[in-house]
Every structure is written in structure tokens, then in C-alpha cells.
Design a protein around this ligand. Structure first.
Ligand code: HEC
Length: 114
């Protein structure tokens, strides 16, 4: 089932300037992702497709850092995956919110748990 935030029309005439969106819209997008239940099995497929080239098949790192041996909160994971950080690309829009929730579930339940 698709849960849509109520009370907001699609698009609209008020195009916020991008820097304002980035500065003020962050928490809302993180909440959007964290509201979804992640599926670690699908998350593994997303991870191998999208993340493993930089972070390694098992998360132990490559051109990107080791993300298996530290545990970050789901909030922090959602933030870095949505918006990127330094050389880490942003995936908001590139992956669906569900795919991001799935990959977070895979990181927390599988990679960081092992
Ligand atoms: C093009 C290479 C690249 C890809 C693709 C990539 N990352 Fe990253 N990632 C990085 C780099 C580089 C950093 C370190 C960013 C920094 O210096 O702050 C990073 C940082 C992170 C961090 C934070 C680690 C920390 O110690 O703060 C997480 C979590 C993460 N990536 C998860 C992912 C996930 C999940 C995906 C797939 C959806 C992904 N990354 C795809 C390069 C990449």
C-alpha cells in the first residue's frame, strides 16, 4: 500500500529555491523513508547494484569507507543515502523511498549485524 502525505498537492506553483529545500526539507524526507518498513532481501539486491561498487560486496569498503563494522542509526543512514556527503552520491530520486528503506534494513539487519 502506498501511504501518501496528506494535505499537499502535487507540484504546485510554489517552486522553492533548491538551497532552501536542502536546508529545510531534510527531516521530512528522512521521515518519509523511515516510515516505510524495509525489506532486507530486496535491500541486498539494491545494495549490490548500487552501493557495492564503492563500499564492497560485504560493506567492508573500497573507494568508499567500511560501512559494515560501524553501526549508525537509521536516521543517519537515511540522511547520508538521501543527501550524500562529500564523495558519497545522493540517492534521493535515484532510488525510491522504498528502495532506500530496504537498503537501510539490509545494512542494519545483515551487514552491521554480522
Ligand atoms: C561513488 C561511490 C559511492 C557509492 C555508489 C555509494 N557510496 Fe556511500 N560513501 C561513499 C564515500 C566516498 C563516502 C564517505 C563520505 C565522506 O567522506 O563523508 C560514503 C559514505 C557512506 C556512509 C557513511 C559512512 C560513514 O562512516 O559516515 C554510508 C552509510 C554509505 N556511504 C552508504 C551507502 C549506500 C547504502 C550506498 C548505496 C545506496 C552507497 N553508500 C553508495 C561512496 C559511495
Amino acid at each position: 500500500m502506498l501511504a501518501r502525505p496528506s494535505g499537499r498537492g502535487p507540484g504546485g506553483s510554489h517552486a522553492d529555491p533548491l538551497p532552501l529545500l536542502v536546508a529545510c526539507g531534510g527531516d521530512g524526507r528522512i521521515d518519509d523513508v523511515l516510515a516505510l518498513e524495509g525489506d532486507p532481501t530486496n535491500g541486498e539486491a539494491v545494495y549490490l547494484d548500487t552501493c557495492a561498487s564503492c563500499h564492497g560486496d560485504d560493506g567492508s569498503g573500497g573507494s568508499g569507507p567500511d560501512i559494515a563494522s560501524e553501526s549508525e542509526s537509521e536516521d543517519e543512514l537515511a540522511e547520508v543515502i538521501l543527501f550524500g556527503e562529500e564523495d558519497m552520491p545522493a540517492f534521493d530520486g535515484d532510488l525510491t523511498d522504498q528502495e532506500i528503506a530496504d537498503v537501510i534494513a539490509y545494512l542494519v539487519d545483515v551487514l552491521q549485524a554480522g
